[in-house]
Ligand binder design. Sequence first.
Ligand code: SF4
Length: 86
Amino acid sequence: MGDNDWTLRAHCRGEDPNIFFPKRGEALDPRADEHCNACSVTDECLDTALRTHTLGRWAKTSPHDRMIIRRQRKMEEPGEEKFGTA
Ligand code: SF4
């Protein structure tokens, strides 16, 4: 099994990814956190997001939330991410 096999168990699998990427000034679609509340791989998702994702909402964390967590854990910031790259 590969490192990303947890994504097969993601509750948001098959969902429109745009709900996790609200535009500036736009409220988050409530379906995003509803998926995460029901998800069994939030730890894996958050770990991946901390290492790689500067954009979007992952495991109920915003980009700002993850920046704070990285500082607390003394992690490096990932490189700038462009929308649409995973
Ligand atoms: S924690 Fe949320 S964003 Fe991450 S895989 Fe699960 S449902 Fe998707």
